[in-house]
Design a binder for this molecule. Structure first.
Ligand code: GBH
Length: 481
């Protein structure tokens, strides 16, 4: 942490969550299942056999959640909408569920009353299950794009000027790769027949990624043509991306592989949006399995971000493979490692096998994005960590989450350095997460919250140390007017 770096006085900061991870009430007020409700019922898919059935029960605890945000001093809150609460069967000819829509409309009113700015994500992985059954969901471009566009229009029109920051999709990489290649996330399709009776890992993830991009572009066009003039908001997509360091810094192939790693995760989506094409490295490796752009589709996608939504957690070491790429490879033909050639770890272990903190990687990736995409306005829409063994700690020690507090001090400091020293136009930051919640395939044993949620005690919420530290840290960096 440098003492000289600052953040601008209008910097927006707060916390993030997602519908299926916190809401519960999955059968209430007309909500229909999403692909995650279905996926969780398959034995072996979720570590502790759990689901989002109750989760943090946020559907019934609006007041508690607003209170938490106020206590933390948050200026903003990023949350996502459950599509199948609003249009239970999902499609453009299916009925709208006013009760579901009202829940979110009221919530936004409460946020405004508390002086908290809402950022809404339309899609955080919970596709209406009916659309998956009806036509294969995100694999079906025509149907999916038309239905997503309709859903987006219903939502934009209902919220009007009460919401100024819209995110179309959260981490399309996860929907595509984890949902259709490795199969560890819903809908769980993969070539691995021990995991799924259907799926083609070598093809489906690239089709799904492409279709999500088109759906994003189509929804942005609707927003810009029908709502932006009247409501004055902005819209973008959120992409996940980790930083990469070479396993052997003296090997040019490893250095090249680091760049390729980021291209296969970030530029897969960001290049079409900012440059109107897929990265050369992906075209080269995937050939005809990567869909090609029709002029109509790329016209929707190119130039479709008002801001770049960045989810960032960690870094890895990357080692180039010397063999021909496997047809199912989605990494760019490389190994992703936690230790370098000399056995040095990229960062301390956490509860998540994939997550080792490496704060300077945040600064480096911010700069990388800024250089490649010509200085876009960046909103960090997620950043946070789990803690090794946190779930097994006695409450008193669990609440004293110094490891997470230090993670936030370091990462916020790295971001302030990127802003001040590297000229990166980063303007917002949402910590993941406001509270412990349903951590997808890891269930409830892995906690990411700055607030403890007692799943055995009526979902009671108790702020941890880190809840306070984030506000104190921003107070240090943000310039006073
Ligand atoms: C975010 O993704 C999600 O947006 C959020 O919902 C989630 O709760 C949070 O992370 C914490 O996990 O298949 O085991 O190799 C973060 C980016 C990218 C992290 C994919 C996990 C693969 C894990 N994610 N990565 S694995």
């Amino acid at each position: 942490m440098t003492t000289t770096s600052t953040l601008p006085s209008d910097f927006l900061w707060g916390f993030a969550t997602a519908s299926y991870q916190i809401e519960g009430a999955v059968n209430e007020d007309g909500r229909a299942p999403s692909i995650w409700d279905t996926f969780c019922q398959i034995p072996g898919k979720i570590a502790d056999g759990s689901s989002g059935k109750v989760a943090c029960d946020s559907y019934h605890r609006t007041a508690d959640d607003i209170e938490l945000l106020k206590k933390c001093g948050a200026k903003a809150y990023r949350f996502s909408l459950s599509w199948s609460r609003i249009i239970p069967l999902g499609g453009r000819n299916d009925p709208i569920n006013q009760k579901g829509l009202n829940f979110y409309l009221k919530f936004v009113d409460y946020l405004h009353a508390a002086g908290i700015t809402p950022l809404i994500t339309l899609f955080h992985w919970d596709l209406p299950d009916a659309l998956h059954q009806r036509y294969g969901g995100m694999l079906n471009k025509e149907e999916f794009v038309a239905d997503f566009t309709n859903y987006a229009r219903v939502v934009f029109s209902a919220f009007g000027s009460r919401v100024k920051h819209w995110i179309t999709f959260n981490e399309p990489w996860c929907s595509a790769v984890l949902g259709y290649n490795t199969g560890v996330f819903a809908p769980g399709r993969t070539s691995d027949r021990t995991k799924s009776p259907e799926g083609d890992s070598s093809r489906e993830c690239w089709i799904v990624g492409h279709n999500i991009l088109v759906a994003h572009g189509a929804a942005v066009k609707v927003y810009r043509e029908e709502f932006k003039g009247r409501d004055g908001g902005e819209i973008g997509i959120t992409l996940n991306g980790d930083w990469a360091e070479p396993w052997d810094p003296d090997n040019p192939a490893d250095i090249e592989a680091c760049n390729r790693r980021i291209e296969f995760s970030v530029s897969w989506f960001a290049d079409p949006i900012y440059h109107g094409k897929y990265p050369d490295s992906m075209v080269k490796q995937l050939g005809g399995r990567l869909p090609t752009w029709t002029p109509e589709d790329i016209a929707l996608v190119h130039g479709s971000n008002d801001f770049y939504g960045m989810n960032h957690y960690c870094a890895n070491y990357v080692k180039a493979k010397t063999t021909e790429p496997d047809p199912d490879d989605f990494t760019g033909n490389l190994e992703i490692l936690t230790e370098d050639k000399n056995g040095n770890s990229i960062g301390p272990e956490t509860q998540s096998a994939w997550l080792r903190p490496h704060p300077v990687g945040f600064r480096k990736l911010l700069k990388w994005l800024s250089d490649r995409y010509d200085g876009p306005k960046i909103y960090v829409t997620e950043n946070g960590t789990s803690l090794k063994g946190e779930n097994d700690l006695p409450l008193e020690r669990l609440l004293d989450d110094e490891f997470r507090a230090q993670y936030f001090r370091d990462y916020i400091g790295a971001m302030a350095d990127a802003y001040t020293l590297d000229g990166v136009n980063v303007r917002a930051y949402m910590a993941w997460s406001l509270m412990d919640n349903f951590e997808w395939a890891d269930g409830y044993g892995t906690r990411f919250g700055v607030t403890y949620v007692d799943y055995k005690g009526n979902q009671k919420r108790i702020p941890k140390k880190s809840a306070k530290v984030i506000g104190e840290t921003f107070d240090k960096y943000i310039k006073k007017e």
